[in-house]
Design a protein around this ligand. Structure first.
Ligand code: SAM
Length: 288
């Protein structure tokens, strides 16, 4: 396990994933019913964008820093909400002053900020250093259960949740050559146990055939697939395109992402796509 997210925190891939995550959480917590959230690959929880790992890659500069510096005029509501969540975390845990975010919230922090009393959250992280950092991040916080464990195994054990409403975020590092197969297996298992759950899965787009095969295996489900591509990747060996697929997306999620993503892509210098399968039903024609 060599992958460490602090080299990449706040990059364009985090922007896509975390923007969507904030929106999913907003929509799923709108109903007055308890929610279970599982973050299978949680990372360290929070990241110092001024630290040596982050500044060495410069990925956050081309991601969250650029977005946070964008003019607010015409900014889609979902982007404003995501930036507000980032700023709130930075204000609370980052160093004072500076322009642009310095401490960046990972997925567990964004999830924690959206939880209501009575919601349940389990965050899994396998790397011992990041699991320790994650435990420290939430020390004394009884709303968050941190497990140093294989997120796929925990998913198997925890689904279906007693709440009957849940969000599962699966964000693997894609170090293993068979990660897409592991993902497909985990999703098939998860959906068998908890068919109505909402699952959000992030993936890199390097090998288009592997991605198409992966998405084909999900064709029986209701999906929203999103991609974000930078026109110029930072380096030839750096990831420049990624995707996020949401299974059983909540009502209005597609609309929010279809408004937000092209705007984000324009600010970051890239292209985006949002596609629903099966294609969304046409809006009902209003009576004459
Ligand atoms: C892309 S990072 C997660 C970033 C985090 N989800 C976020 O958005 O802030 C992937 C993480 O998964 C961890 N990891 C790798 N294999 C794992 C496994 N089988 N179960 C749980 N965590 C794993 C890695 O150590 C790494 O910290």
């Amino acid at each position: 396990m060599n992958y460490r997210h602090d080299y990449h925190a706040g990059n364009f891939a985090d922007v896509l994933k975390h923007l969507a995550l904030c929106e999913l959480l907003r929509l799923l917590t709108a109903k007055d019913k308890k929610l279970f959230v599982l973050d299978t690959h949680a990372g360290a929880g929070g990241y110092d964008l001024g630290g040596s790992r982050s500044t060495r890659t410069g990925e956050a500069e081309a991601g969250i820093a650029r977005l946070a510096a964008a003019p607010r005029a015409g900014m889609p509501a979902a982007v404003s909400r995501y930036l507000a969540a980032v700023a709130a975390y930075d204000r609370k845990f980052g160093p004072p002053g500076g322009d642009g975010p310095r401490r960046y919230p990972g997925s567990p922090r964004l999830i924690r900020a959206a939880l209501r009393p009575g919601d349940r959250f389990i965050a899994c992280e396998l790397h011992p250093d990041d699991a320790l950092a994650l435990k420290r991040e939430f020390a004394g916080d009884r709303a968050v259960e941190v497990r140093q464990a294989d997120g796929y195994q925990v998913q198997k054990a925890m689904l279906p949740p007693s709440e009957r409403r849940g969000l599962v975020l699966i964000d693997p590092p894609f170090e293993a050559a068979d990660e897409f197969e592991r993902l497909s297996r985990a999703l098939r298992q998860g959906l068998r146990r908890f068919a109505t759950g909402c699952y959000a899965v992030w993936y890199p787009i390097k090998d288009e055939t592997a991605v198409a095969d992966f998405l084909d295996k999900l064709a029986a489900f209701r999906l929203l697939t999103m991609t974000l591509r930078l026109d110029k990747a930072l380096d030839a060996d750096k990831l420049g395109t990624c995707g996020l697929v949401v299974i059983n997306p909540p009502w209005r999620f597609e609309e929010a992402m279809a408004e937000a993503l092209p705007w984000v892509a324009a600010v970051l210098g890239g292209k985006s796509s949002v596609a629903a399968t099966p294609a969304s039903a046409p809006a009902p024609v209003s009576p004459p």
